[in-house]
Design a protein around this ligand. Sequence first.
Ligand code: PNS
Length: 162
Amino acid sequence: MNSVAICPGSFDPITIGHLNIISRTAKMFSKVIVVVLMNSKKSGGLFSPDERVEFIKRCTADIPNVEVDFYDGLLADYAVQKGAVAIVKGLRVLSDYEDEFKQALTNKKLAKDVETIFMVTDTEYMFLSSSVVKEVCRFGGDISDFVPPEIKDDIIRRIRER
Ligand code: PNS
């Protein structure tokens, strides 16, 4: 089946937890579009949208059915434009669920033919988020187990510049 799935997020920056969800999604759909979107609850990002896209491209270069994009608008509109059948979101802990559930219901209202699928994180990534990466890096901790090796040095450099 020719099916397109969207993996959305703010990806500031992409972590190995995100990458795990993306690569598992790529095994289930013929095409996966990883799209960087704006989260109005998160301001003052560490990386620009273009940088985030470039990082994701670097980290997914070996997954042939993954494309990367940026969209400055509603996820539901983007999914419809791309003919996607599903939005795939990773779920880590119970506290993720409330907000994700509300987003899924909103997206369903805006785009009734696009399903949201929640993929449960692999246990080793339960604690991991872009915010954890930035916090650990800011205080000199080792982020090698948190981010793909392709982007580790860029993250350290940017945090040091700040
Ligand atoms: O990685 P995040 O920050 O949890 O991802 C959230 C994101 C960016 C997917 C979400 O904020 C989003 O969909 N933003 C685009 C604007 C939109 O469609 N908002 C309505 C969703 S309720």
